[in-house]
Design a protein around this ligand. Structure first.
Ligand code: ITT
Length: 200
């Protein structure tokens, strides 16, 4: 990605290490600081709206640091579940579960649902800039939920999601392929284009 005219140094307002690794790759020509660089900083409680959540994270971190900030709110929407877990994906199944536990729980809930179990990943990328500008951009990637988890890469629900046009789960595909197709890749590349040129 060619360097543009907007800021190239951001704090990424996330506590999720998987998201952090991906954004460092997606915005490889930017300097991405993490919450670990600002001890004591706490992200706001999340509500039911991806864009409001993403912007609230970015605004809280800008207010605390004074540095241009990025936020990400994301989730997986399963059609057979009416779009659940969606914006509540991080909390699906309750506080006792880890990523693998949430995958297993979702597979169990879908056990009686025939293939194809269509779903999509959604990411709203937000920025809060010191000059007062704010923006949210939504990215989506359509796919299906497999019958059993496969692959060791990625994070979250990656072992149970196959994007349309592929046979492998996101946990099996090369990272570069996930970044090219993913909800997060689409949203943050578009957000950086807007930061560089708000008129587009
Ligand atoms: P922050 O709020 O600190 O950013 P979080 O994990 O709580 O971290 P979200 O509220 O946005 O983030 O929850 C999104 C959840 O959806 C996340 O915990 C993952 O389980 C899942 N998720 C989002 N993007 C994903 C991806 O690319 N691959 C797999 N799972 C993903």
């Amino acid at each position: 990605m060619a360097a543009g005219t907007g800021p190239r140094r951001f704090v990424f307002a996330t506590g999720n290490a998987g998201k952090r690794r991906e954004l460092a790759r997606i915005l490889a020509d930017c300097e991405i600081l993490s919450l670990g660089d600002f001890p004591g900083l706490v992200l706001p409680e999340e509500g039911d709206d991806y864009a409001a959540n993403a912007l609230a994270k970015a605004e809280a971190v800008l207010a605390a640091t004074g540095v241009a900030s990025l936020g990400d709110d994301s989730g997986v929407e399963v059609d057979a579940l009416g779009g659940r877990p969606g914006v509540h994906s991080a909390r699906y199944g309750g506080p006792g579960l880890d990523d693998r536990g949430r995958c297993d729980r979702l597979l169990a809930e879908l056990a009686s649902v025939p293939d194809p179990r269509t779903a999509r990943f959604v990411c709203v990328a937000a920025c809060a800039l010191p000059d007062g500008r704010r923006k949210t951009v939504r990215g989506e990637c359509e796919g299906t939920i497999v019958r059993a988890a496969r692959g060791e890469g990625g994070f979250g629900y990656d072992p149970i999601f196959v994007p349309n046009g592929e046979r492998s789960t996101w946990a099996e595909l090369p990272e570069s392929e996930k970044d090219r197709l993913s909800h997060r890749g689409q949203a943050f590349r578009a957000l950086l284009r807007w930061i560089d040129d708000p008129a587009r």
